[in-house]
Design a protein around this ligand. Structure first.
Ligand code: PLP
Length: 499
């Protein structure tokens, strides 16, 4: 469905354009969530309205934020021949894939299912790289038939299978080895992939020999070198260190076999702790950023660190960002069901659970949580005015009282309804009073949010909405109870044993 037709206009909206459409690509805001008249908006759409219409828990994504990130990265890489292959695993809703495909992106895929989605969204298989340590023979056949740009091969065994399948199909398989540079990305142990102890890639010192073997295989074309050292990396140095380690191999292969590309993977981190405030360009420019700045790596800083190392290779450079493009383009809206006070603790039990957003439970990751109606939680300090008339706020350390209610900040756990103590979104979070019926926005939920959701506790998957300017559209329906049992074999069918 065409994007234009898909959206419909929000009734009560301001006609101001999202700032992406007004500014040059390198001078734009970082996300488009902001308060307007005390109400949290995504671009020009009032989120309370969207929640009222589609219910909660509900994922809402900002199309302008996604495109703004894509365009800023693309512009910063202009000195290089480059292709941005969006890592579909971060958020694979077809509407998001289509946005990026239309903008010219390629895709980094890790399964036949992701390739299927990309094709359904109108993505070009000739711009797809197929990664993953455990590709099945069926997935290899499918990707070969679709003529993907490259198989990023993660082991010698996998190379053997691709060779056999390509030969049987009388096709040529374009391959790049994923090399493991053994660089510490200083990220969560579960999202580190470029250390030798990780299951990913081929040790750098073994790569030349395996390329040699590949060169002698009849239906294999060596087209590139690939690496990816991890995710949510917030310093430029590990990227630069890894590139420096792999570049000699890249030069050698360019000379010997004429490879076409060097893929440096994804992994660029986003701001989680000051997610809301980081939407304003002023936040990035401000010299007063303190602890939050530790987790702030701008696109420009990243590109400045890698460009000098890549420029004179005279090769096409591939990037595979996932989180960077979609992470802070999405929020998870959730309603407060109950407030529960125990001996030592106060809990807000919300209607979203770990099955909807597993990141806090899995990685103990931090997500900022803000009210959809600003007046409900008001210990927020105004930052210098943004030129776009959006109203950026940040939590004030000095303000410990609510403006309207004069209520003291209190520590509260924001938890879900799932039967696990790990089902939490915030522990001992200092927040102004949260009450039953409040609507909260869990920020930076656009990446590794819905894609990791499950039906645990037989909870239907949440709905997803895409916003663009003053228009919004449902891009995934909320599951029903019927959906929960669809595909299960009828309980009335008798069990059959062996004859
Ligand atoms: N490329 C590969 C091979 C990956 O495994 C991943 C995710 O872990 C990515 C790209 C995307 O990473 P990120 O979302 O951190 O940019």
């Amino acid at each position: 469905m065409a994007q234009k037709k898909m959206f419909r206009r929000a009734a009560e909206t301001d006609t101001r354009d999202a700032c992406a459409t007004r500014r040059s690509p390198l001078d734009s805001c970082v996300h488009f969530f902001h308060y307007r008249n005390g109400k949290l908006h995504c671009e020009d759409v009032d989120l309370a309205r969207v929640a009222q219409e589609f219910g909660t828990p509900l994922y809402v994504y900002s199309a302008s934020t996604i495109l703004d990130h894509y365009r800023r990265l693309d512009a910063a890489l202009a000195p290089l021949d480059h292709l941005i292959c969006y890592a579909a695993k971060a958020n694979s809703n077809r509407a998001i894939l289509k946005l990026l495909a239309d903008a010219g992106a390629g895709f980094d895929i890790v399964s036949g299912g992701e390739l299927f989605r990309v094709l359904k969204a109108g993505g070009d298989p000739a711009k797809c790289t197929f990664a993953g340590v455990g590709k099945s023979p069926e997935e290899m056949e499918y990707a070969l038939d679709q003529r993907v740009y490259s198989f990023n091969v993660e082991s010698e065994a996998e190379l053997g299978y691709i060779g056999k399948i390509a030969t049987a199909k009388k096709l040529r398989a374009p391959i790049a080895l994923r090399v493991n540079p053994d660089v510490d990305p200083h990220t969560h142990e579960y999202t580190s992939t470029g250390l030798q102890e990780n299951k990913f890639g081929i040790a750098l010192e073994h790569a030349a020999a395996i390329y040699e073997r590949a060169a002698n295989m009849p239906n294999i074309d060596i087209v590139g070198v690939q690496m990816h050292i991890g995710s949510q990396i917030t310093e430029a140095k590990p990227f630069a260190d890894a590139i420096k380690k792999v570049v000699p191999l890249v030069r050698e292969l360019k000379l010997k076999v004429g490879i076409k590309f060097f893929s440096i993977g994804g992994g660029l981190g986003i701001v989680y702790e000051s997610s809301f405030a980081s939407g304003a360009k002023e936040w990035w420019d401000s010299s007063t950023i303190t602890s939050a700045s530790k987790s702030a790596l701008s696109i420009q800083q990243y590109v400045d660190a890698i460009l000098p190392l890549l420029r004179d290779l005279k090769l096409r450079v591939l990037l595979e960002p996932g989180r960077l493009l979609v992470g802070n383009a999405g929020v998870l809206l959730t309603g407060v069901r109950y407030i529960k006070q125990t001996g030592q603790k106060k809990f807000a039990i919300v209607d979203a659970g770990m099955n909807d957003l597993i990141r806090p439970a899995l990685y103990h990751s931090y997500h900022e949580i803000i009210p959809v109606e600003e007046g409900r939680v008001v210990a927020l300090r105004r930052l210098p005015p943004c030129r776009t008339a959006r109203r950026p706020y940040q939590l004030s350390k000095s303000t410990r009282k609510s403006k309207n209610t004069n209520k003291t900040m209190e520590k509260i756990d924001i938890v879900g309804p799932v039967c696990e103590s790990g089902d939490f979104f915030a522990i001992d979070r200092e927040m102004p009073e949260v009450r039953e019926g409040d609507l909260l926005a869990i920020m930076s939920a656009g990446a590794y949010g819905f894609v990791m959701a499950s039906n645990y506790n037989s909870r239907p998957l949440p709905a997803e909405v895409l916003v663009s300017g003053d228009k919004f559209s449902l891009i995934r329906e909320r599951q029903t109870y019927q959906d929960l049992v669809r595909g299960e074999v009828s309980v009335d069918r008798p069990l059959r044993g062996r004859c």
